[in-house]
Write a new protein. Structure first.
Length: 342
């Protein structure tokens, strides 16, 4: 499934539409960068690494279709494409890192044809590197999982979120592959139910036993001693280790500390943003309140109900036991150790 989640087809990109899961495995073929930008905004592809990969293919596809008289005109049009893709989802660092990389490659190119070719190659490279990073970080992270552990995870952080092996879910899958007898508690992840719809869909394809819980049940299971560790992914990690991840992560981290449970972040270094001193500077995406007042298209509130919908929250670094990356596992002081590996 990994390669099929996002597939470059030469003049279009094929994606598995995650909004239709788990009911349907429906694929879309996107033929222009605007369609790719919409697919990211609408969360047909979501998860920080996967957004970065699709963004890079979006630039390659957009570039391929530019008809320009000069290199300068081409680069100006490319900047517009980059701007459109950068305006889709603000929090995941991987998207902006991919856009910067693609822009640098374009500026280094000699002529239009050569730039187009190097942008395609660069997008394929970004895809390969992101996938490989999740494979490696999963191997490091699996060392933290002991036989018999019950692991609580939030949102979806597997192949669907990474177009690779997975971050938090990758660690869990790797621990199972090492023969450890483990169980998973997966939170449903309101409002868009990435846990209920996507993590369960991925876990069903493995032989890892799992139980779905609502987000508000997490404290109950922690207080009863039924959680051995928590592993989640990240959308952006500031220089001091403060981490933005799916809304609800902060509450889990505070509850974990209260109950003496290790709380791990698993993320490739492409998610780290050393330009931001702390989590206060991380832009938090505010999504349409209808995602809260409706569940899968069905209204659950009286008409006119006001709702808030921040898509992410920030967990201060002192709640984080360790950050698992493809370059190793790091602990406090994050400010020095992140600088050392990024
Ligand atoms: O809004 P989403 O579904 O894109 O949010 C995804 C998450 O918060 C993940 O935990 C994060 O991107 C890391 S996934 C490898």
């Amino acid at each position: 499934m990994n390669n099929l989640l996002i597939e470059w087809l030469g003049d279009r990109v094929k994606i598995l539409d995650q909004t239709r899961l788990p009911q349907e495995e429906a694929y879309l073929e996107l033929t222009g960068y605007q369609a790719i930008a919409s697919a990211i905004t609408e969360m047909r592809i979501r998860g920080a690494p996967a957004i970065g990969i699709l963004g890079a293919y979006g630039i390659a596809l957009g570039a391929l279709k530019i008809e320009a008289e000069s290199r300068d005109e081409f680069l100006a049009r490319l900047r517009e494409i980059n701007h459109t893709l950068a305006s889709t989802r603000p929090t995941a660092r991987n998207l902006f890192r991919a856009i910067d990389r693609m822009q640098r490659v374009a500026e280094a190119g000699r002529n239009i044809e050569q730039i187009k070719e190097s942008l395609i190659n660069q997008a394929i490279k970004i895809h390969g590197e992101e996938a490989e990073a999740t494979r490696k970080l999963s191997q490091f992270g699996a060392e933290l999982i002991e036989d018999g552990f019950t692991i609580l995870t939030h949102c979806n952080t597997g192949a669907l979120a990474t177009a690779g092996y997975g971050t938090a879910l990758g660690v869990i899958k790797q621990a199972k592959e090492q023969g450890k007898n483990i169980k998973v508690l997966a939170t449903e992840t309101r409002p868009l139910l990435q846990g209920a719809r996507l993590t369960t869909w991925e876990l069903k394809k493995t032989d890892i036993p799992f139980t779905l819980i609502t987000d508000s049940m997490a404290g109950y299971f922690m207080s009863r001693g039924e959680v051995d560790c928590i592993i989640v992914g990240a959308d952006r990690i500031a220089a001091n280790g403060d981490t933005a991840n799916k809304i609800g992560t902060y509450s889990l981290a505070v509850l974990a500390m209260e109950n003496g449970i290790p709380f791990y972040i698993a993320a490739p270094t492409t998610t780290v943003d050393l330009s931001l001193a702390s989590g206060n500077e991380i832009p938090i995406e505010q999504r349409n309140p209808e995602e809260v007042t409706n569940i899968q298209g069905l209204s659950i509130t009286p008409e006119g109900t006001q709702a808030a919908n921040p898509a992410f929250d920030v967990t201060p670094h002192h709640y984080i036991t360790a950050i698992i990356t493809e370059r190793g596992i790091i602990k406090e002081p994050y400010i020095e150790r992140l600088k050392g590996i990024c």
